[in-house]
Write a new protein. Structure first.
Length: 201
């Protein structure tokens, strides 16, 4: 029976609450004083990037009982900016991986566009021999799906990675990896996780 090696995923999220730069000194006279009141620019209110107990609970219960049958084994880690949960089934040669990511200064769709880029995927798939992007799509409410094929130890795998806007400062990344011949199982798990976006095809 094929075995899949444990996949360790490292995503680095660097968020900074920038401070406005100071103007360079000049010899020009200052502009005339306006009678209009000055408008203060709002600065983002940033939170701690340390996961809370609620973040850990959210990550551990997000998939409910989906990975509790058979020989699925679960491990999890808590680090600055994220809680990561991995499920591994030796008999299915499959992996489930969830990241509850914290964006301390909030995020917008363009931030996620920049975050889920080629560099990000190279980090995620660093332990694979090769990978190929197959498709990507998203729903009107912002749920994203990225589909890949990959090769590890000579075996081919289908991979789906969803990114869900969870709160203003939290994003859930959920990935499942199944052997290419287990398309029925891939469909079953996809429908259980995200029935509104099971595939981009």
């Amino acid at each position: 029976m094929k075995k899949i090696s444990h996949v360790f995923f490292i995503l680095f999220l660097i968020s900074a609450c920038g401070t406005p730069g100071t103007a360079a000194p000049t010899n020009e006279l200052p502009p005339p004083v306006s009678a209009e009141p000055a408008v203060e620019l709002a600065t983002p209110v940033c939170i701690s990037s340390n996961p809370t107990d609620d973040d850990v609970d959210r990550a551990l219960t997000y998939t409910e009982d989906l990975f509790t049958g058979g020989d699925w084994e679960r491990t999890y880690t808590v680090a600055d900016g994220r809680v990561s949960v991995t499920w591994f089934s030796n008999s299915l040669a499959s992996v489930g991986y969830l990241e509850a990511m914290i964006f301390p200064c909030a995020y917008e769709e363009l931030d996620l566009d920049a975050f889920f880029n080629v560099d990000n995927w190279q980090v995620i798939f660093a332990n694979y021999e090769s990978y190929t992007a197959v498709a990507e799509c998203k729903t009107d409410d912002g749920l994203r799906l990225y589909q890949f094929s990959a090769i590890e130890q000579g075996f081919e795998y289908d991979i789906k990675y969803w990114a869900e806007n969870d709160t203003d400062t939290r994003v859930i990344g959920m990935m499942i990896v199944f052997p290419i011949e287990s398309d029925a199982l891939m469909d079953e798990y996809s429908a259980s996780l995200f029935p509104d976006l099971t595939s981009c095809k």
